[in-house]
Design a binder for this molecule. Structure first.
Ligand SMILES: [Zn+2]
Ligand SMILES: [Zn+2]
Length: 209
């Protein structure tokens, strides 16, 4: 097998899946660069979570992630990138990473046609948590039509007329509130906020480290 074939054994569309994009973001981090790189055997040595380093090739890796999933881990992406076989997804900050990952989810037949994975993203969790914040008003709730007017915005499960939805095209707090009102989602539990919303508006959410 020639060297190129070793990386091309992975189908190209695999690298566009959400869980693979996350690993490519990790692969770009300084801490995930190889300690040693052998460009003849196409093998890299990476720092492990324990004492023993990982041995990585373009086809496999000794880390737990590869052993469990049998799909490229962050070490394999880092190695493939170092050897010039692949570009990595790049993002300027956590918010941009989220937007890239969100865009990689296909639509489904679930509520609002949203993929369930979307709601697990930290930018979406933050919006869901704000569905009962002070001052939220729900009017004209139509259960059969699955619509309402929330804070003056026209909301259905797929769309909202608010600036946040208009900017991002992913569920805003109004869409999540409607889903709670319709019994599709549970009311969020009260939790200490893990994220801080900037005073500039609803568009950007800053992750508290
Ligand atoms: Zn690995
Ligand atoms: Zn909205």
């Amino acid at each position: 097998m020639d060297n190129i074939a070793k990386w091309s054994q992975w189908p190209a569309d695999l690298h566009q899946q959400p869980d693979q994009i996350k690993r490519q973001f990790s692969a770009a981090e300084p801490k995930n660069q190889p300690l040693e790189l052998d460009d003849k055997t196409l093998t890299g040595i990476f720092a492990g979570s324990g004492k023993k380093p990982y041995t990585t090739t373009l086809g496999k890796c000794t880390c737990n992630d590869f052993v469990k999933r049998k799909l490229p881990c962050k070490h394999m992406y880092s190695l493939a990138h170092q050897l010039g076989y692949t570009e990595l997804h790049a993002a300027a900050n956590d918010y941009d990473k989220s937007m890239t990952i969100l865009a990689s989810y296909p639509s489904t037949n679930g509520w609002g046609n949203w993929h369930p994975g979307i709601h697990k993203d930290w930018t979406q969790k933050e919006r869901y948590k704000r569905t009962f914040e002070a001052g939220m008003t729900v009017k004209s709730l139509l259960v059969n039509e699955q619509t309402a007017v929330i804070n003056g915005y026209n909301v259905n499960l797929k769309e909202c007329t608010c600036p946040d939805f208009n900017e991002r095209k992913y569920p805003c707090k109004h869409i999540y509130r409607l889903a709670v009102e319709l019994g599709i989602l549970e009311k969020p539990l009260d939790e200490a906020p893990r994220y801080q919303v900037s005073s500039e508006g609803t568009m950007f959410v800053i992750k508290i480290k």
